[in-house]
Design a protein around this ligand. Sequence first.
Ligand code: CMP
Length: 138
Amino acid sequence: MEKTFAIIKPDGVERNLSGKILERVESQGFKIVAMKRTRLSKVQAENFYDVHKSQPFFDSMTRSMSSGPVVLLVFEKENAIADWRKLMGATNPADAEAGTIRKDFAESIERNSVHGSDSTATAVFEISYFFAQSEILS
Ligand code: CMP
């Protein structure tokens, strides 16, 4: 079984979309093995998204990510990383396929409702950034 890391971003939490998003997750066969609702500091968001630090959108995006509560999640499923990225849809909702979370809920590329790990190495880093092993219950 593969694990991936996900965030319901401030724009999704703010619009009360957590339940609708998690309903899709569970109905697609993912098991939620860890979950917490918290608010990221700007520094936590900057360190989490360190790979993007040279991008022009970095300051605005990390401000947005720390603007309100988020839901941090670990999902488990065979092929969880690729399947969660498919269910989310393209980063820019304008490019996302019909039926994906970002197509249906995202407001913009910055307020795109959800995050997901893009590789095994990223998933390992992102899960350990927010969760202790004892908080992950398969
Ligand atoms: P996410 O999958 O969380 O990874 C990095 C985030 O940066 C991405 O989702 C988008 O929300 C954001 N992002 C990527 N490109 C842009 C952009 N051109 N303008 C604003 N935000 C962006």
